[in-house]
Design a protein around this ligand. Structure first.
Ligand SMILES: Nc1ncnc2c1ncn2[C@@H]1O[C@H](COP(=O)(O)OP(=O)(O)OP(=O)(O)O)[C@@H](O)[C@H]1O
Ligand SMILES: [Mg+2]
Length: 223
Protein backbone atom coordinates (compact mmCIF):
# COMPACT_ATOMS: atom_id res chain seq x y z
CA UNK A 1 0.00 0.00 0.00
CA UNK A 2 2.76 2.41 1.04
CA UNK A 3 6.38 2.44 -0.02
CA UNK A 4 8.65 5.28 1.10
CA UNK A 5 12.00 5.10 -0.63
CA UNK A 6 14.79 7.34 0.66
CA UNK A 7 12.53 10.30 1.36
CA UNK A 8 14.31 13.56 2.11
CA UNK A 9 12.44 16.62 3.31
CA UNK A 10 14.35 19.79 3.93
CA UNK A 11 13.46 23.41 4.52
CA UNK A 12 15.54 26.41 3.49
CA UNK A 13 16.71 28.26 6.62
CA UNK A 14 18.55 31.41 5.58
CA UNK A 15 21.83 30.30 4.01
CA UNK A 16 21.44 26.80 5.31
CA UNK A 17 19.03 23.94 5.01
CA UNK A 18 17.17 22.17 7.76
CA UNK A 19 16.97 18.49 6.82
CA UNK A 20 14.01 17.01 8.64
CA UNK A 21 13.63 13.64 6.90
CA UNK A 22 17.02 12.15 6.11
CA UNK A 23 16.45 9.37 3.61
CA UNK A 24 13.45 7.77 5.25
CA UNK A 25 12.43 4.34 3.92
CA UNK A 26 9.71 1.97 5.05
CA UNK A 27 6.85 -0.12 3.73
CA UNK A 28 3.32 -0.60 5.00
CA UNK A 29 1.17 -3.43 3.68
CA UNK A 30 -2.45 -3.08 2.67
CA UNK A 31 -4.69 -3.58 5.71
CA UNK A 32 -1.93 -3.09 8.26
CA UNK A 33 -2.37 -0.99 11.41
CA UNK A 34 0.89 0.76 12.23
CA UNK A 35 1.98 3.23 14.90
CA UNK A 36 4.72 5.80 14.36
CA UNK A 37 6.54 6.83 17.52
CA UNK A 38 9.57 8.98 18.26
CA UNK A 39 10.74 12.02 20.20
CA UNK A 40 9.31 15.48 19.56
CA UNK A 41 10.88 16.91 16.41
CA UNK A 42 11.89 13.51 15.00
CA UNK A 43 9.76 14.11 11.90
CA UNK A 44 6.57 12.16 12.66
CA UNK A 45 4.10 14.80 11.50
CA UNK A 46 6.29 15.65 8.51
CA UNK A 47 6.20 11.97 7.57
CA UNK A 48 2.43 11.81 7.96
CA UNK A 49 2.03 14.94 5.82
CA UNK A 50 4.00 13.26 3.06
CA UNK A 51 2.01 10.02 3.45
CA UNK A 52 -1.20 12.06 3.35
CA UNK A 53 -0.23 13.95 0.18
CA UNK A 54 -0.46 17.22 2.11
CA UNK A 55 3.17 17.87 1.27
CA UNK A 56 5.70 16.55 -1.23
CA UNK A 57 9.21 15.33 -0.41
CA UNK A 58 12.34 17.23 -1.48
CA UNK A 59 13.64 13.99 -2.96
CA UNK A 60 12.89 10.29 -2.85
CA UNK A 61 10.00 8.21 -4.03
CA UNK A 62 6.58 7.62 -2.50
CA UNK A 63 4.47 4.85 -3.99
CA UNK A 64 0.85 4.83 -2.84
CA UNK A 65 -1.12 1.85 -4.12
CA UNK A 66 1.55 1.32 -6.77
CA UNK A 67 1.45 4.91 -8.04
CA UNK A 68 4.34 7.34 -7.62
CA UNK A 69 2.75 10.35 -5.93
CA UNK A 70 5.96 12.15 -4.96
CA UNK A 71 5.95 14.48 -7.96
CA UNK A 72 2.28 15.36 -8.29
CA UNK A 73 1.09 18.96 -8.42
CA UNK A 74 -1.31 20.49 -5.88
CA UNK A 75 -4.43 19.61 -7.83
CA UNK A 76 -3.40 16.00 -8.36
CA UNK A 77 -2.49 15.68 -4.67
CA UNK A 78 -5.89 17.04 -3.65
CA UNK A 79 -7.52 14.45 -5.87
CA UNK A 80 -5.55 11.58 -4.31
CA UNK A 81 -6.44 12.85 -0.81
CA UNK A 82 -10.13 13.08 -1.61
CA UNK A 83 -10.31 9.60 -3.11
CA UNK A 84 -7.97 7.63 -0.91
CA UNK A 85 -7.25 9.20 2.46
CA UNK A 86 -9.13 9.89 5.68
CA UNK A 87 -7.47 12.17 8.25
CA UNK A 88 -7.87 12.38 12.02
CA UNK A 89 -6.03 15.15 13.90
CA UNK A 90 -5.24 15.69 17.56
CA UNK A 91 -7.37 18.85 17.64
CA UNK A 92 -10.39 17.26 15.86
CA UNK A 93 -10.58 20.09 13.25
CA UNK A 94 -14.39 20.18 13.20
CA UNK A 95 -16.25 23.23 11.92
CA UNK A 96 -17.67 24.86 15.07
CA UNK A 97 -20.88 26.38 13.71
CA UNK A 98 -22.43 23.29 12.17
CA UNK A 99 -23.76 20.04 13.63
CA UNK A 100 -21.91 16.75 13.91
CA UNK A 101 -24.00 15.41 11.04
CA UNK A 102 -23.21 18.39 8.80
CA UNK A 103 -19.50 18.08 9.61
CA UNK A 104 -19.53 14.47 8.40
CA UNK A 105 -21.66 15.36 5.35
CA UNK A 106 -19.23 18.12 4.42
CA UNK A 107 -16.40 15.57 4.52
CA UNK A 108 -18.35 13.37 2.10
CA UNK A 109 -19.06 16.32 -0.18
CA UNK A 110 -15.34 17.25 -0.34
CA UNK A 111 -14.58 13.65 -1.30
CA UNK A 112 -17.14 13.82 -4.11
CA UNK A 113 -19.36 11.20 -2.45
CA UNK A 114 -23.07 11.72 -3.21
CA UNK A 115 -24.69 9.27 -0.81
CA UNK A 116 -25.34 11.42 2.28
CA UNK A 117 -26.86 8.46 4.17
CA UNK A 118 -23.28 7.38 4.82
CA UNK A 119 -22.92 10.32 7.25
CA UNK A 120 -25.61 9.19 9.67
CA UNK A 121 -24.42 5.61 9.30
CA UNK A 122 -20.85 6.56 10.24
CA UNK A 123 -22.01 8.56 13.27
CA UNK A 124 -24.11 5.62 14.42
CA UNK A 125 -21.09 3.36 13.99
CA UNK A 126 -19.01 5.49 16.40
CA UNK A 127 -21.86 5.49 18.92
CA UNK A 128 -23.19 8.98 18.27
CA UNK A 129 -26.62 8.26 16.77
CA UNK A 130 -28.19 10.38 19.53
CA UNK A 131 -25.76 13.28 19.11
CA UNK A 132 -26.03 14.02 15.37
CA UNK A 133 -27.53 17.50 15.77
CA UNK A 134 -25.07 18.62 18.46
CA UNK A 135 -22.51 21.25 17.51
CA UNK A 136 -18.88 20.59 18.50
CA UNK A 137 -19.09 22.79 21.65
CA UNK A 138 -22.05 20.69 22.78
CA UNK A 139 -19.94 17.53 22.67
CA UNK A 140 -17.21 16.16 24.95
CA UNK A 141 -13.65 15.86 23.65
CA UNK A 142 -14.02 12.13 23.16
CA UNK A 143 -17.30 12.65 21.29
CA UNK A 144 -15.75 15.34 19.08
CA UNK A 145 -12.94 12.99 18.16
CA UNK A 146 -15.49 10.28 17.34
CA UNK A 147 -17.22 12.76 14.99
CA UNK A 148 -13.81 13.37 13.38
CA UNK A 149 -13.39 9.60 12.96
CA UNK A 150 -16.86 9.32 11.44
CA UNK A 151 -15.93 12.13 9.04
CA UNK A 152 -12.66 10.40 8.08
CA UNK A 153 -14.24 6.96 7.63
CA UNK A 154 -17.65 7.75 6.11
CA UNK A 155 -16.25 7.73 2.58
CA UNK A 156 -14.56 4.38 3.32
CA UNK A 157 -11.06 5.44 2.25
CA UNK A 158 -8.38 2.77 1.77
CA UNK A 159 -5.94 4.74 3.97
CA UNK A 160 -6.56 6.37 7.36
CA UNK A 161 -3.92 8.69 8.83
CA UNK A 162 -4.14 9.87 12.42
CA UNK A 163 -1.76 12.35 14.09
CA UNK A 164 -1.98 11.82 17.86
CA UNK A 165 -5.72 11.10 17.79
CA UNK A 166 -5.83 10.55 21.55
CA UNK A 167 -3.48 13.43 22.38
CA UNK A 168 -6.20 15.56 23.98
CA UNK A 169 -8.20 12.77 25.60
CA UNK A 170 -8.19 11.23 29.07
CA UNK A 171 -7.18 7.58 29.38
CA UNK A 172 -10.76 6.25 29.40
CA UNK A 173 -11.80 8.15 26.24
CA UNK A 174 -8.49 7.24 24.62
CA UNK A 175 -9.10 3.53 25.18
CA UNK A 176 -12.68 3.85 23.85
CA UNK A 177 -11.41 5.68 20.79
CA UNK A 178 -8.71 3.11 20.06
CA UNK A 179 -11.29 0.32 20.39
CA UNK A 180 -13.51 2.02 17.80
CA UNK A 181 -10.57 2.72 15.48
CA UNK A 182 -9.38 -0.89 15.74
CA UNK A 183 -12.86 -2.33 15.12
CA UNK A 184 -13.49 -0.05 12.13
CA UNK A 185 -10.07 -0.89 10.76
CA UNK A 186 -10.78 -4.61 10.85
CA UNK A 187 -14.34 -4.19 9.49
CA UNK A 188 -13.39 -1.95 6.58
CA UNK A 189 -9.98 -3.51 5.92
CA UNK A 190 -8.32 -0.13 5.44
CA UNK A 191 -4.70 0.63 6.16
CA UNK A 192 -4.22 2.71 9.30
CA UNK A 193 -1.16 4.75 10.25
CA UNK A 194 -1.23 6.55 13.58
CA UNK A 195 1.26 8.78 15.35
CA UNK A 196 1.25 8.48 19.11
CA UNK A 197 3.39 9.35 22.11
CA UNK A 198 1.61 6.83 24.29
CA UNK A 199 2.94 3.25 24.40
CA UNK A 200 -0.49 1.94 25.53
CA UNK A 201 -2.10 3.34 22.36
CA UNK A 202 0.65 1.96 20.14
CA UNK A 203 -0.11 -1.51 21.56
CA UNK A 204 -3.42 -1.51 19.66
CA UNK A 205 -1.39 -1.59 16.43
CA UNK A 206 0.30 -4.53 14.69
CA UNK A 207 3.64 -2.83 14.28
CA UNK A 208 5.51 0.21 15.57
CA UNK A 209 7.93 2.24 13.46
CA UNK A 210 10.28 4.19 15.74
CA UNK A 211 11.67 7.38 14.20
CA UNK A 212 14.74 9.29 15.30
CA UNK A 213 16.18 12.36 13.56
CA UNK A 214 14.11 11.74 10.43
CA UNK A 215 15.12 8.11 10.01
CA UNK A 216 13.75 4.75 11.04
CA UNK A 217 15.58 3.79 14.22
CA UNK A 218 13.87 0.41 14.57
CA UNK A 219 10.68 -1.46 13.82
CA UNK A 220 8.81 -3.49 16.39
CA UNK A 221 6.21 -6.13 15.62
CA UNK A 222 3.42 -6.42 18.18
CA UNK A 223 1.44 -9.26 16.56
N1 LIG B 1 7.42 24.18 7.54
C1 LIG B 1 8.54 23.99 8.23
N2 LIG B 1 9.61 24.78 8.09
C2 LIG B 1 10.75 24.58 8.77
N3 LIG B 1 10.92 23.58 9.67
C3 LIG B 1 9.89 22.75 9.88
C4 LIG B 1 8.66 22.90 9.19
N4 LIG B 1 7.83 21.91 9.61
C5 LIG B 1 8.51 21.21 10.53
N5 LIG B 1 9.75 21.71 10.69
C6 LIG B 1 10.78 21.18 11.62
O1 LIG B 1 10.93 19.79 11.36
C7 LIG B 1 11.17 19.06 12.55
C8 LIG B 1 10.22 17.89 12.63
O2 LIG B 1 8.90 18.37 12.80
P1 LIG B 1 7.65 17.41 13.00
O3 LIG B 1 6.45 18.27 13.15
O4 LIG B 1 7.61 16.40 11.91
O5 LIG B 1 8.02 16.68 14.36
P2 LIG B 1 7.19 15.61 15.21
O6 LIG B 1 8.01 14.38 15.28
O7 LIG B 1 5.82 15.49 14.68
O8 LIG B 1 7.18 16.29 16.66
P3 LIG B 1 6.01 16.38 17.78
O9 LIG B 1 6.08 15.09 18.53
O10 LIG B 1 6.47 17.52 18.63
O11 LIG B 1 4.71 16.62 17.11
C9 LIG B 1 11.03 20.05 13.68
O12 LIG B 1 12.31 20.34 14.16
C10 LIG B 1 10.37 21.25 13.06
O13 LIG B 1 10.80 22.43 13.65
MG1 LIG C 1 3.90 16.05 15.40
Amino acid sequence: MILLDRIVKSYPMGHRELVVLQGLSFEIQKGEMVAIMGPSGSGKSTTLNVLGCLDTPTSGRYLLDGRDVSRLNRRELAHVRAKKIGFVFQSYNLLPRISALDNVKLGLKYAGVRDMRLAREALARVGLADRVSHKPVELSGGEQQRVAIARALAKKPPLILADEPTGNLDSRSSADLMTILTELHSEQGNTLVMITHEPEMAQYCERIIHLMDGQVMREERIR
